[in-house]
Design a protein. Structure first.
Length: 493
């Protein structure tokens, strides 16, 4: 080929190539061709000032046919900002000449690197991510509430009587152990965030003194999202609370405990001594058994025990009383979530116990177990069942008075299992809870207006607990309701 023709041909081919490159260098300069955003605000939940947060993200769209050239993307407060950004896969604080093709988008990731506030009060953090396109600025607000925290790492042992007050939240790594003979008192409003597999192990006594206005909270320490669901709704975020055999006189009032691998595990004890008294306690969303006890004395009033992959209650031997409690198992999930559905009974009442150490079956008769003005219900393959020990040597005689209970083999007040005593109960009647959204893991176990559990609780029993978990008057309408919550027309989610 004539070399004099080669250069024009190469020039022509190059021109054709770039002309076919989607017009990517033909940027729009029209002032109306601006960016669009998936949100105008990126808001972090409460963050702990000593712990880095995971990223949150938003999308930046070019909704126009022509490509846009973003002259700059930066944080308004620059290097002084507690926030950091990642733009289209590049980390930094200031970016220039970011291209977005026509009808395309990019991601911007935001995280927070907060410093300690040196205060018990949270600090409000705010900044803007600023986009400048052909001289025009657009902003996305980023905000967070940063809270200092006390970090307990390497296993913390409480060796003398201690009071935790509502100041900074506590983040528990590994374990929190209450030594034998020692009492830990947790006062109103205190927050315990449990990391990873962290457990609370009680050898002495635990006394939680929450109030209706300032309950105590025990939950996992993750504040980010599992896909689009906050980790605060996801089960299995930490270990659980274990009460050893020599632990007695535990008392919990107005406390919310959620999202562990198990809830409370009470080791074999002396049922003549009080193991636990619970008033106005809400425990929800556990990956194992919510409440497991062997030969204990436990009393629960005005409580919600809900959602566990294994049983809600797994009780062997001992003395138990549940009054105005809502015991509900709707532990279900979509297949992609990966934490599965419950295929176990909501309540298991047992008179025998397998001792793994000796590899023998031990028998502990249930001296008394009574359910009063309570609701027991579940939805799942087997989660609606109440199961009594099948071993003929086991002694199990539960008592139900003015309760709503499931019994797949019964249609009236005659129990399918003759060992159960049932008085004035509703059997196989859907309690019609206000909301059970297993897709987004949002639940409200208060009663719907059409619930059959309304106005049918035993009045003398209800008189001893005239207020429900929320503080609503049980005698403000036609009569007290079964369960932990009184129906209130104006009560919203």
């Amino acid at each position: 080929m004539n070399k004099s023709l080669l250069l024009p041909i190469l020039f022509l081919l190059t021109s054709v190539f770039y002309a076919c490159n989607d017009g990517f260098e033909d940027y729009s300069t029209h002032p109306d061709d601006l960016l669009a955003f998936s949100t105008d605000t990126v808001a972090f939940d409460t963050i702990l000032s000593t712990i880095n947060t995971p990223y949150q993200l938003f999308k930046v769209y070019n909704p126009h046919a022509k490509a846009l050239l973003i002259a700059s993307v930066s944080l308004e407060n620059g290097a002084n900002s507690p926030f950091k950004i990642n733009v289209d896969g590049r980390a930094g604080a200031d970016f220039q000449n970011i291209e977005i093709r026509g009808n395309d988008s990019i991601y911007v990731l935001v995280d927070v690197k907060p410093v300690e506030n040196n205060s018990d009060e949270p600090e409000y953090l705010t900044d803007y991510v600023v986009f400048v396109t052909h001289g025009i600025s657009q902003k996305v607000l980023v905000e967070a509430s940063s809270q200092d925290a006390v970090l307990w790492k390497g296993g913390t042992v409480i060796r003398s009587d201690t009071v935790l007050r509502n100041q900074k939240p506590f983040v528990v790594y590994d374990s929190l152990i209450i030594d034998e003979g020692v009492t830990l008192e947790i006062q109103e409003g205190t927050r315990l965030y449990m990391h990873g597999n962290a457990e609370m192990i009680v050898k002495g006594s635990l006394k939680i003194r929450g109030t209706p206005e300032n309950p105590v909270t025990i939950r996992g320490d993750r504040f980010d999202y599992f896909v689009n669901i906050p980790y605060d709704r996801v089960p299995g975020q930490w270990g659980g609370i274990r009460f050893e055999s020599n632990s007695y006189n535990n008392e919990l009032q107005y406390v919310y405990i959620r999202n562990g691998k198990y809830g409370m595990d009470f080791k074999r004890s002396d049922p003549s001594l009080s193991k636990m008294k619970m008033n106005n306690v809400v425990m929800t969303n556990f990956k194992g058994v919510l409440l497991n006890a062997v030969n204990c004395r436990i009393e629960a009033e005005n409580c919600e025990f809900s959602n566990a992959k294994d049983a809600i209650l797994n009780l062997t031997g001992g003395v138990y009383s549940f009054t105005h409690c809502t015991i509900a198992n709707y532990y279900m999930s979509s297949p992609e979530s990966g934490w599965g559905n419950s295929d176990n009974a909501t309540v298991r009442l047992l008179g025998s116990y397998w001792n793994e150490a000796t590899e023998t079956t031990e028998y502990y008769p249930i001296e008394h177990i009574g359910f009063y003005n309570s609701i027991i219900w579940g939805k799942g393959q087997n989660s609606s069942d109440i199961v009594l020990d099948a071993d003929e040597k086991a002694v199990v005689v539960p008592f139900f008075q003015n309760c709503l209970i499931p019994n797949k083999d019964a249609t009236n007040d005659d129990p399918a299992d003759p060992r159960a005593q049932i008085v004035h109960c509703l059997i196989n009647k859907d309690p019609k809870f206000k909301l059970t959204d297993s897709e987004d893991l949002i639940y409200n176990f208060r009663l719907d207006s059409l619930s059959p559990a309304r106005n049918v609780a035993d009045i003398p029993i209800a008189t001893k607990l005239p207020k429900d978990i929320d503080g609503a008057d049980r005698f403000a309408d036609e009569g007290p309701d079964m369960g932990g919550y009184e129906f209130v027309p104006a009560k919203e989610l």
